[in-house]
Design a protein around this ligand. Structure first.
Ligand SMILES: NC(=O)c1ccc[n+]([C@@H]2O[C@H](COP(=O)([O-])OP(=O)(O)OC[C@H]3O[C@@H](n4cnc5c(N)ncnc54)[C@H](OP(=O)(O)O)[C@@H]3O)[C@@H](O)[C@H]2O)c1
Length: 267
């Protein structure tokens, strides 16, 4: 039954995507279910691209940004698309997360994407000169923020039809893949993110909520500034791939950790 439901959701999503490709900003047909997606860190990079692509599919998007006044591209997207709403949110501010959840009380959120993340700066993560304040900040943004978001928005997700929570992880969070000494803070924060999302997956499975982790692969955003462009993929490709994986997320495969090509990553 659940497999049939997943197939239906996948086919419906594919159909909506096809329509979105044909029309820039399609109005959903009357009677069509319009899912709601909440994305953190949506002012630039991967988060902005999630907002763009879900909006192009016809979803309602609640796009959060630390500093909406400076979020030029996101504001332009929202101005061109009435289904995109910009909200101010710093994911380290738990009172602000609770306030946003209260503002949206009664709104079903089909997909919560914990995307906001920081690297902590490679220069702060050199053994012998480790900058522990930077470590604390990385944990607050990359690890604690997503769990607090999931906790605060669980009623909204549970009330929705698709009931999905996704965190943007990284191959750097895979303990099994570590074979070099670098990025202590970032790697630790993403490994801990993976663990807490896996625990959460089992916490909420019986409520019909599924939880997944997606790896965008090396993507051309500010986070990768300085790396040769030839090593990086455009955000549009990374997001398209992650969305394909997210579309398959159900309670049956909850706690999956996906590489962008759909392979399962080693923990
Ligand atoms: N790019 C890659 O190759 C790659 C690979 C693996 C995983 N990832 C993950 O992908 C996610 C998105 O990163 P990106 O590549 O798109 O980098 P990015 O362009 O630097 O974007 C990071 C986003 O996170 C936001 N953010 C940072 N601290 C925040 C806070 N305290 N509260 C709310 N938002 C905050 C940033 O907002 P501001 O603009 O206000 O700073 C920005 O919107 C991250 O979780 C990252 O770890 C990226």
């Amino acid at each position: 039954m659940t497999t049939l439901r997943s197939l239906f959701v996948f086919l419906a999503a594919t159909l909506v995507t096809a329509i979105a490709t044909a029309q820039d900003s399609p109005a959903p047909a009357s009677g069509t279910y319009v899912p709601t997606v909440l994305v953190t860190g949506a002012n630039q990079g991967i988060g902005l691209e999630f907002a763009r692509q879900y909006a192009a599919r016809g979803a309602r998007v609640i796009a959060t940004a630390r500093n909406p006044a400076a979020a030029t591209d996101l504001n332009a997207l929202a101005a061109a698309n009435p289904r995109v709403t910009v909200e101010q949110l710093d994911v380290t501010d738990h009172a602000a997360i609770d306030a946003l959840a209260a503002k949206y009380a009664g709104t079903a959120i089909d997909l919560l994407i914990n995307n906001a993340g920081i690297s902590g700066g490679a220069e702060n993560q050199v053994f012998g000169k480790l900058q522990y304040q930077a470590f604390e900040e990385v944990l607050r943004v990359n690890t604690i923020g997503p769990l607090k978001m999931a906790e605060a928005f669980m009623p909204h997700v549970q009330a929705s039809r698709e009931r999905r929570i996704v965190a943007v992880s990284s191959s750097e969070g895979s303990i099994g893949k570590v074979n070099s000494a670098r990025l202590y803070f970032y790697r630790t924060s993403k490994a801990a993110l993976n663990m807490e999302m896996k625990v959460l997956a089992y916490q909420v499975k019986s409520k019909g909520v599924s939880v997944g982790l997606v790896n965008p692969g090396m993507t051309d955003t500010d986070l990768m500034k300085g790396l040769p462009k030839s090593m990086l993929r455009p955000p549009a490709d990374a997001v398209r791939d992650m969305m394909r994986n997210i579309d398959t997320l159900t309670v049956e495969n909850t706690a999956s950790y996906w590489e962008h090509d759909g392979q399962i990553m080693p923990w």
